[in-house]
Write a protein that binds this ligand. Structure first.
Ligand code: SAM
Length: 434
């Protein structure tokens, strides 16, 4: 049989669901298609002892696929809400237990509603009447009260994630947009969600998928989810038990970094804020600082140039256009924003080179090119150029069309239709050997 090369294989996955196993437990911006992780893991993690690392874990799809393949994995993210989703998606729980608790929550909640019992546990910072119709305003606090009473952490977290998705789905938040954005008045008038019904549907689907996930797991592979910054992977690895890593090193990186700074691309913090507040995430400071602490969140003063000619050239063009904007706003120095992002990404690459077993490792980055001041930022090319000095040997780039992805571009301040769509509906899978 003739083996197909990576380029001859279809990477659009048009017919493959993104919600299989625990993948669809909760919405998260710019999720990686699980099939990409699956293929890369199957190709490069041939040793069951290989440890897989996702330094920008998001909602943990790479960790789920690593578990299914029988490999230990480590995920790092500075968003505590993402860490919670990932933890729930990678913690096996007996579905019968979940079903029993689900029925108990529903029984007591329906009773409380009938008896007009009130709980004052909604987040203070959120204007309920502005964001929710009457039904969820009455019922969400009841559900929350009963979920919070569950003593076992894993069980409580599972239902908190179902609750969080219910919060989003019953709110006036526009579903296809990741920034905080209210539905138009005419849509709001016709929006009458049934909160208990929504919660039940989400729980039933997630319990079923947990059952399927558990039935397909035939190893004891573990996933370690870490709340932390990937500009300091060394410190994050110190939180992992010694026996997991080979002399402190992992073997395969599978990841999709942010597109750019969170403020002007995908605002993961904005997406997570209301939900994290509703479920009383204890890492509140971290939750509220996701967008300022993410890659590119802080301007770099007195910097040197990075080792990428492509980046240097495009920065000059953006800077020239910046000068035409005399009005000073937070968006007047776009060249500085772009530089800050790549400066931080470069720090992560250096950290990765120190965290992987040399001669035995591979890296896979899923990135999208974007436009700033109508200039194309070729992230895939810049990544290849930056990686040279860390001895990552470039293998190949696979260009894939994205089908069905809620787009960052809809939120971008420079929403140039057609041009932006053309660039953002494609992504590049860049592969290296180390
Ligand atoms: C494109 S998303 C990852 C999505 C993920 N592959 C999934 O399928 O859900 C990028 C993630 O990087 C995280 N992030 C940004 N800067 C970070 C940093 N310095 N350290 C760790 N995580 C960071 C963001 O919080 C976000 O969750």
């Amino acid at each position: 049989m003739r083996l197909l090369t990576t380029k001859q294989i279809d990477w659009t996955f048009k017919t493959v669901s993104t919600g299989q196993f625990t993948h669809g437990f909760h919405q998260y911006p710019a999720r990686m298609h699980p099939e990409i992780a699956k293929r890369v893991i199957e190709k490069y993690a041939t040793d069951p002892k290989s440890v897989i690392l996702d330094p920008f874990m998001g909602s943990g799809g790479v960790l789920v696929e690593s578990m299914l393949h029988g490999n230990n994995s480590i995920g790092i993210d500075l968003n505590p809400f993402a860490v919670l989703i990932s933890k729930v998606k990678t913690t096996k729980i007996d579905s019968k237990k979940l079903q029993k608790i689900f029925e108990e929550i529903m029984n007591v909640s329906v009773n409380d509603y009938k008896n007009k019992t009130k709980f004052n546990n909604h987040p203070e910072k959120i204007d309920l009447a502005f964001w929710y119709p009457t039904d969820p305003i009455k019922k969400l606090p009841i559900l929350k009260h009963h979920i919070m009473k569950i003593k076992n952490n894993d069980l409580r977290n599972f239902f908190l994630i179902c609750f969080s998705l219910t919060v989003r789905r019953t709110s006036f938040q526009k579903n296809s947009v990741y920034k905080i954005y209210r539905m138009k008045p005419e849509v709001r008038t016709d929006f009458n969600p049934d909160t208990f019904k929504k919660f039940s549907e989400i729980c039933q689907k997630n319990i079923q998928n947990m059952d399927y996930f558990s039935s397909k797991m035939d190893s004891n592979a573990k996933a370690y989810t870490i709340l932390g910054d990937s500009r300091d992977i060394h410190n994050q690895f110190s939180k992992i038990p010694n026996e997991v890593l080979e002399n402190g090193k992992a073997h395969l990186v599978v990841t999709s970094p942010p597109y750019g700074d969170h403020g002007t691309t995908v605002a993961y913090g904005q997406f997570s804020k209301h939900l994290g507040l509703w479920i009383d995430l204890k890492e509140k400071d971290e939750l509220l600082s996701v967008d300022s602490k993410g890659l590119g969140g802080k301007k770099i003063i007195n910097h040197h140039t990075l080792d990428s000619d492509t980046l240097t050239t495009v920065l000059k063009k953006v800077k020239k256009k910046d000068l035409l904007y005399t009005k000073k706003t937070s968006l007047s120095n776009r060249a500085d924003d772009v530089f800050a992002f790549f400066y931080d990404l470069d720090l992560c690459l250096e950290q990765l080179s120190q965290s992987l077993k040399k001669g035995k490792s591979h890296l896979c980055f899923v990135v999208a090119n974007r436009t700033v001041r109508r200039e194309k930022i070729l992230t895939d090319k810049i990544l290849i150029e930056l990686s040279k000095k860390y001895d990552f040997k470039y293998l190949e780039t696979i260009h894939r069309d994205i089908v069905n992805k809620a787009m960052a571009v809809k939120n971008a301040p420079e929403n140039i239709s057609n041009y932006s769509n053309e660039t953002m509906n494609k992504e590049s899978i860049v592969l290296f050997k180390f």
